[in-house]
Design a protein around this ligand. Structure first.
Ligand SMILES: [Zn+2]
Ligand SMILES: [Zn+2]
Length: 444
């Protein structure tokens, strides 16, 4: 690999020749960083016309330096790639992150808006933000010591020989690792939050993820009283177990409305906190708690959302919700079994999902399990999620209610299977798929 540079006022063009692979990527990255940090430079153009091969090590260095450049308010662009190099760049989706121009002239003319990452909380008020607080099905499933050690060991092997002597470098490296090594889906049971205006807080289900959701809402309210609107899919234990640890419920002045279609709605919550199951009876919680029964088939206007419900197939019934606001639509359909041969059920589901911007879908099992050993267990699969969303022309699909027996690698495999199926069966628009993890936020 050979480097040469030319300067055009505040723009520096760095021409690279040869291969950027495991052997040369580090040197390339260090040289690039030095250029980004050069005084008086506000743009660096990488002339890749002489590069005949790039490996993932090169892409990693580009990613790390792209972040450095953004922090230093320096525009970083790549230009004049050879066809094979360009294809690798595009396959890795780097063209969606970093400006990539056909010629050096174009790169020199291109103005890049150097936006810093928006501050947390600073959002487009018309958008709907979906935050996943708990994505695990049936039972909370914390990471085990052995799983944690396996992740650390894999990360150390992946980073062997790399210069990771600062927290910033180590963090960038960790971010570049595959999610099942550098991340985790998390272990909290079902709880999802939809953004709301003023002092309103909208939550879907109260699994163990509700503990963190409650704390975060109180932090945002900063001492003010909040209106909590909580929609229950159903009353199975994994969906209500977070309520005894939902701090807002203990604070006088907070108003909590729990909505649901089940006749047993209030009873299920009272029973959970009655002796001998829990030391604090629900009647001793100091907030104002109300249970609101929703009628199936009716549409409601709550906390700025148009809300409608649909009965779903699950033990003791569950209800799917459709939330609409400012032309955006989120569907919450967890703990629901969709049998491929039950056409009426499929048709109803497609109506619920129709043109949704995001469908949050119970993908607990593989399709094979859900139609054999786990038939009638009340859950669905990644495959059904993709098919139903395609039929309903939904834009995004978030897989949730992950099987507690599955580790991060297994959930990752199920996610990649869904991505591949979508690719193979796509007709028209691409369905964007997420495998939701605790802490994931999707802005619509
Ligand atoms: Zn469940
Ligand atoms: Zn259930």
């Amino acid at each position: 690999m050979k480097l040469s540079e030319t300067k055009h006022r505040a723009t520096l063009v760095l021409a690279v020749k040869g291969r950027i692979d495991t052997e040369t990527a580090k040197e390339f990255g260090d040289e690039l960083l030095a250029r980004i940090k050069t005084q008086g430079i506000d743009k660096v153009v990488l002339d890749f016309s002489g590069v005949d091969f790039i490996s993932s090590a090169c892409l990693r260095e580009l990613m790390i330096n792209f972040k450095h450049a953004r922090e230093a308010k320096v525009a970083l662009l790549v230009a004049a790639m050879q066809p094979m190099v360009l294809e690798i760049f595009q396959l890795s989706r780097f063209d969606t992150i970093m400006p990539c121009l056909a010629t050096i002239e174009q790169a020199l003319k291109t103005q890049v808006a150097l936006q810093s990452t928006p501050a947390k909380g600073a959002r487009d008020t018309n958008s709907v933000v979906v935050h996943f607080w708990g994505t695990r099905g049936s039972l909370p499933a914390p990471l085990t010591l052995q799983q944690l050690r396996n992740k650390l060991a894999s990360a150390l092997v992946a980073g062997a020989g790399m210069n990771l002597d600062t927290i910033e470098r180590a963090n960038s490296f960790v971010e570049s690792l595959p999610f099942h090594i550098g991340g985790t889906y998390g272990g909290n049971s079902s709880c999802v939050e939809l953004s709301a205006h003023d002092n309103n807080v909208v939550l879907l289900d109260l699994g163990s993820g509700a503990r963190l959701a409650g704390q975060d809402a109180l932090r945002r309210l900063a001492g003010r009283s909040g209106e909590f609107h909580i929609f229950m899919s159903h009353l199975h234990w994994d969906h209500i177990m977070g309520f005894p640890f939902f701090t807002p419920a203990y604070i006088p002045g907070q108003r909590i409305r729990i909505y649901g279609c089940h006749d047993q709605l209030e009873n299920a919550f009272r029973r959970q906190q009655a002796e001998p199951s829990f030391p604090v009876d629900l009647s001793k919680m100091a907030s104002h708690i109300e249970f609101v029964h929703l009628e199936l088939g009716r549409s409601y206007h709550i906390a700025g959302y148009q809300v409608s419900t649909k009965l779903q197939q699950h033990h003791g019934d569950s209800y799917g919700y459709r939330f609409e606001k400012n032309g955006k639509c989120v569907v919450y359909s967890t703990d629901a079994e969709y049998k491929p041969e039950n056409m009426i059920n499929i048709q109803e589901c497609v109506e619920l999902f129709q043109d949704a911007d995001l469908v949050i879908f119970d993908a607990m099992y593989s399709l094979a399990d859900s139609v054999s050993v786990k038939e009638d267990w009340g859950h669905s699969s990644n495959i059904m999620g993709v098919e139903l969303c395609q039929q309903a022309h939904a834009k995004r699909l978030a897989l949730v209610h992950h099987e507690p027996a599955n580790d991060d690698a297994a959930i990752g495999r199920s996610y990649h299977d869904a991505l591949r199926l979508e690719e193979l069966t796509r007709q028209g628009e691409r369905l964007e798929i997420y495998s939701a993890y605790d802490g994931l936020e999707i802005q619509l």
